[in-house]
Design a protein around this ligand. Sequence first.
Ligand code: SAM
Length: 287
Amino acid sequence: MKTTKALNAKKTEAREFQTRASGIFFTVKDVLYEGKSKFQRIEIIRNEDYGRVLLLDGLVQTTERDEFYYHEMLVHPAMAAHPRPARVLIIGGGDGGALREVLKHPVKKAWLVEIDGQVIEACREHFPWLRKTLKDGRAELVVADGNVFIDKVRETFDVIIVDSSDPVGPSTILHQESFYRKLKSKLNPGGIIAAQAGSLMLHLDSHARKSVFLKKIFRHSPLYLGPVPTYPVGMWCYNFLSDKVNPADVRTLYVPDGLRYFNPDIYRAAFALPNFLADKLAKAKAK
Ligand code: SAM
């Protein structure tokens, strides 16, 4: 563990350019961790408003104050819609927020497959929820490339959560058709996949491109939305993928107690898409 606070005593601000000419910044109260792994630059800083903030290659992944929006919306729509999610796989998500949400359900086992062991170590030290979830007897941590893991694993899963980074470097494959075909082959009958899909406004082309191949693979492949204040433009998209479960037809949702954002009304509302996104998807499918 390399805590380089002393080396970064002068760091006063963390900036993320979300577009070429705009972005978000955090003043830095403390640098809690800074390191470079084989895969990426890892920083955890403390900001007076947002608490601990994890940045990978300078991009905000998680902040203590608003991570619940993202992790609840990534995990609970699929988990709540599945009648009995016993075996759950998470790919990516080394900060542990998705695992924490999955373990709120009565699952038998949850695997977290993260490519970068250094992200896990940094988050284990600085994000208390990760320490706690990894102690849960139902959780198994695997440090591996999710794309390689899925080729080798013999297990099959009721729910698969893809908590990837943006499609650059080792995460690129997690946004490709071949990967989703492999994931589908590891789903139990009635299984559901939920994947983070990027910014509503900034990744429109990516939503369109993916919607074409996802529709070929899964009978149901709607996008759904949720706010994440510190992610680019504040509104995030997720894929809901299943052959059996059409989210619009689900009448009984299992919602654990104590959630801060997700509830049955949010579930229903999340699948309503703004016109510009619906038009973009309709045109992509028509091509
Ligand atoms: N959802 C957050 C966002 O969009 O900002 C990112 C959450 S999480 C921190 C993303 C994780 O995916 C990173 O820790 C990264 O190391 C991991 N990752 C990237 N490529 C991967 C791969 N091929 N297999 C498994 N994990 C991967």
